[in-house]
Design a protein around this ligand. Structure first.
Ligand code: GLN
Length: 310
């Protein structure tokens, strides 16, 4: 019998193809010049099977979708206490590039906003890690999750670093409060490389499926993330992954997810599946318009809302 899943996914993409709402991120030429019509979706299920249609081989920069994985890597490298001392788990309700620090501790509110992700990047690979060690750690970790060797898009990296003043300012503030130590430039440099790693929707689906599968990569069968770390990462994604639209997302879609400024979106439904979408036009929160619409459809049609009792 012919498998109905690809036809169903094609039908979803076709229903959204004419939706041109939103705008492509334009703060660097590599994103401004990206083809805005790119549209792809992939699903990966725990038995290792992946379904994908549309622009499923197009590579784009992972951007903020790297944040939950860097958080997981920092939890593995440093343990929960050290990570908790550096970054909180509370939704900020503010834009992704706001400083959003907790009163008193001055910890960034969560690891999904830039302030928290920059602090988390700084924790990677242990106490004496160099900037190169942190980059190697995260690129290798992302590769293990994807099940293939991923690389940094050097053009995206170079452009981002030329316009990274806001992230530099954030790290300087974090240094001022003692949340981050060492060179602010080195932290921003490494984080920017982390964001410039190239992925496809198939990679995102498999990476999401690994979190959904309690940390076991469904294609390679390797345990990449301890189960407790996968659970915590999913919990933080559910609360904070869609930035200041996180509450609305949790009500309407109900799948722990993370978006990126290049138009990618990764979702992970515990015990069920991982999903990846790409469509570069973004809404005012910085989330992909058609990516959100695809997830809404999947959630509704397949009863994928986390809070569904049946
Ligand atoms: N590289 C971007 C930044 O730090 C990533 C932001 C995003 O994907 N929302 O500003």
């Amino acid at each position: 019998m012919r498998n109905p899943v690809p036809d169903y996914l094609h039908e979803i993409l076709d229903s959204l193809r004419d939706d041109r709402a939103g705008t492509v991120a334009d703060y660097i030429p590599q994103l401004a010049d990206a083809d805005p019509d790119v549209l792809g979706v992939a699903l990966a299920i725990p038995n290792g099977r992946t379904y994908s249609v549309g622009d499923d081989r197009v590579e784009f920069s992972i951007q903020s979708i790297s944040k939950p994985f860097a958080y997981a890597a920092a939890l593995i490298d440093r343990g929960a206490d050290a990570v908790d001392a550096t970054v909180g788990v509370e939704p900020s309700g503010e834009a992704f590039d706001e400083l959003s620090l907790e009163g008193g501790t001055h910890r960034p509110k969560n690891p999904m906003i830039n302030a928290g992700a920059l602090a988390v990047h700084h924790l990677l690979a242990g106490d004496d890690a160099t900037s190169q060690d942190r980059v190697t750690r995260i690129v290798e970790f992302l590769s293990e999750l994807a099940g293939r060797v991923l690389t940094v898009d050097e053009d995206v990296y170079r452009s981002e670093i030329e316009t990274a003043d806001r992230n530099l300012a954030i790290v300087h503030m974090l240094r001022n409060y003692g949340v981050v130590a060492g060179s602010a430039h080195a932290v921003v440099d490494g984080y920017t490389r982390q964001c410039a790693v190239r992925v496809t929707v198939r990679d995102l689906a498999v990476m999401g499926a690994t979190l959904a599968n309690a940390g076991v990569q469904p294609v390679t069968g390797n345990r990449v993330v301890p189960a407790a770390v996968a659970r915590r990462t999913l919990a933080v994604m559910a609360g904070c992954g869609m930035y200041d639209a996180a509450g609305d997302w949790l009500v309407r879609v109900g799948i722990p997810a993370k978006s990126g400024v290049a138009g990618g979106l990764m979702g992970a439904l515990p015990g069920e599946l991982g999903l990846g979408t790409v469509s570069p036009r973004l809404d005012t929160h910085g989330n992909s318009v058609r990516g959100v619409a695809i997830c809404e459809r999947l959630s509704r049609d397949m009863g994928m809302h986390l809070m569904d009792a049946e």
